[in-house]
Design a protein around this ligand. Sequence first.
Ligand SMILES: *Cc1c(COP(=O)(O)O)cnc(C)c1O
Length: 466
Amino acid sequence: MNNKQEHSERGDLLQAAAGYALGYLEGLDNRAVAPTQAALDGLGALGGPLPEAPDDAGAVLALLDELGSPATVATTGGRYFGFVVGGSLPVTLGANWLATAWDQNAGLYALSPVASALEDIALGWLADALGLPASVAGGFVTGATMANFTALAAARHATLARAGWDVEAQGLFGAPPIQVIVGEEVHVSLLKALSMLGFGRDRVTRVPVDEQGRMRADALPAINGPTIVCIQAGNVNSGACDPARAICAQAHAGGAWVHVDGAFGLWAAAAPKRRYLVAGIEDADSWAVDAHKWLNVPYDSGIALTRDGDSLRAAMSTNAAYLTQGENREPCQYTPEMSRRARGVEVWAALRSLGRSGVAELIERNCRQAAMLADGLREAGYRVLNEVTLNQALVSFGSDEETLRVIAALQQEGSAWMGGTRWQGQGAMRISVSSWATRDEDVQIALAAILRVARQETGRLVTAQA
Ligand SMILES: *Cc1c(COP(=O)(O)O)cnc(C)c1O
């Protein structure tokens, strides 16, 4: 095969892929959010024995689209309100495609100057948008779980270094004990990060929370000796944020390191009208934030940020000689991984295209839409269980059993997808609005669908719609 033929085959293949992708995205409005049973049944045909011989590449892509696309959950569309799932801004999807074509190893400057530079720029912009110290250091990881892990490794380093212990060299055996303080409503991924770091998920002090799930600053235990306090911006159910200013002040008075799990809630800092929710968050020592949630870049993308870059580098470097920061950013000094994809590309593209006001507008619009959904359900006579100050709403449709039935029926009906949870002993529908793709029209369609299935499932006629 000559070069020209190869080029045109590659071109055909990539054009076909772009065509399938566009077809998929343009079809999102007209399909159920959850895949149909037929689509799930079709997945079997992707398997079978390992092919003995090569197959036509175009046919492989065609098969992937034919059987794979329908078996997705339409989380990237405008009517997915489960977990906390952001869509992908078109510019970030495009940047992702281009970066994938570059196929850069973002571990080292020598392997990818552009990845290193974009991370540096994106970090500065992130700090600015989120109101964090301009000097923050950061690592681009898979998500908030690994961002928590990475930042807490820096916390572990700093806390033990102050006690005269080199944890990277000596490990935790015989180390001075560290008290780890979390809120009663701590996210499971933070506990997982603690367990991976040798802190143990049960060996923590849990601080009581208020009725919205916020850690009570007045209930923080006395702090002395090596201590890490883990607070939260954005309770995964209620969206509530711990009182950062008060907790940071008390924790710092006792010499503790304060880490913030701000997977989605930290973005409140980027919207002027919501910033009060996370007032004082910039006083902390480290932060974990997701970009694949509220910044709406493709999976996977989270960022670990620390005030003190030396601690992060000490925890993540493979060799002490790397500790001195050279002229260029060496990305692998900030992350658990060595080789990895260039996640900073999409973060850069999102921030470059949205700008400060665009990010603020995205966050503010989703918060307003969450309130629209909550107000509509409350007006119809259902109970909203939380103060809807951010992008999360919790709704009860009567008994736990009725609420479960409404959630299942909505998922089955397909015009929108909401999950379930338990909140303060009650079953609840959990609504999260986190996507640029959600238009007010989608909110109205989702609301009408919930009211329709709720009437059917509870048999209860409610005020507005009766
Ligand atoms: C989603 C979430 C996480 C975990 O984030 P991943 O990106 O899934 O790893 C951690 N903490 C909170 C508060 C979250 O909402």
